[in-house]
Design a protein around this ligand. Structure first.
Ligand code: SF4
Length: 295
């Protein structure tokens, strides 16, 4: 629970506030950009929510915050419960964002795909009874896809509870050595007619993306939308191998997708044609790849 005594001076006066336990993970800024902004080494409330959608977003940020750094002066149990009930948050088709980001993965986002042949958990949220019960109502979890070693969080507990198959690349398998399915090498794997694993080494040696239905790219920490650049971006720090990072990014030009759903950073939904253009721009901007090679 956030502590008013630790309230940051950078918050504007009003009901919502951030305290000094903030780890600056960006989750609140993704969920409620009209309320939260980075100020120095922390997030803070730069504008109190006014409209109903802004209030809902801010309550969701409070719940998703991995370290409980967001608080309200007034207690509003109804709004809190409504925000909690909205997780997993529906995005499109059978795809949801789970909320309840975990400190163990530095606040990485996780997702669930609901599918008639078994649901897929993509990286792991905090293990909380609200999500366990929600996943049970959705039909359980058959697979847990781990994009890379940093974002496993509570995957072992979810796997135990749902008897799910954990999937990780062998190069990152130290983070979850008891995983039931190790992806080996650098070739894409067609797991089901709608699910493909795409090795994207660069940030880590075993980074993987998952492409669902040729529409949703779950990109781990390989690729995200940068709100300041107004474009796609890849890591510039914490890079295991820069050349592999470039090759992995180039490889994604071979695929069509409309959503990028990252662990860290903003998710983005564009038309597939616009997404392709954004990928080409990223390659030119970040890796100085020439025009011809990205067409
Ligand atoms: S979600 Fe919480 S920890 Fe993350 S930046 Fe916001 S206040 Fe800080």
């Amino acid at each position: 629970m956030a502590d008013q005594r630790k309230k940051l001076a950078t918050n504007v006066v009003g009901d919502f506030f951030v305290d000094s336990t903030c780890i600056n993970c960006d989750t609140c800024r993704q969920l409620a950009p009209a309320t939260f902004r980075e100020m120095g080494e922390y997030s803070a409330v730069y504008r109190q929510p006014e409209t109903e959608p802004e209030l809902q977003d801010s309550w969701r940020a409070l719940i998703a915050c991995p370290v409980g750094s967001i608080g309200t002066v007034k207690k509003d149990k109804t709004s809190l419960q409504e925000a909690m009930a909205s997780f997993p948050l529906h995005l499109e088709a059978g795809v949801y964002y789970n909320g309840f980001n975990s400190e163990k993965s530095f606040g990485a986002n996780s997702y669930i795909i609901c599918h008639q042949e078994g649901n897929w958990l993509i990286d792991s949220p905090r293990y909380v009874s609200h999500l366990v019960e929600a996943f049970e109502r959705m039909g359980g979890i058959r697979y847990i896809f781990l994009s890379h070693e940093d974002d496993v969080a509570d995957a072992a507990r979810y796997a135990r509870h749902f008897k799910a198959t954990r999937i990780i690349h062998e190069e990152d398998a130290e983070a979850m050595p008891e995983s039931e399915w190790l992806v080996r090498g650098n070739e894409p794997v067609v797991a089901t007619p709608q699910v493909q694993f795409i090795p994207v080494p660069g940030h880590t040696a075993g980074s993987l993306a998952l492409l669902y239905d040729q529409r949703f790219l779950f990109s781990g920490d390989h690729l995200w939308w940068d709100r300041d650049e107004h474009g796609l971006d890849v890591p510039s720090v914490l890079v295991w191998n820069e050349e592999q990072l470039r090759n992995s990014t180039t490889r994604l030009l071979d695929y069509s997708f409309a959503w990028v759903l990252p662990g860290h950073g903003e998710r983005i939904h564009l038309s597939p044609a616009r997404m392709k253009e954004e990928m080409q721009q990223l390659l030119r901007r970040r890796f100085k790849v020439n025009q011809q090679s990205v067409l």
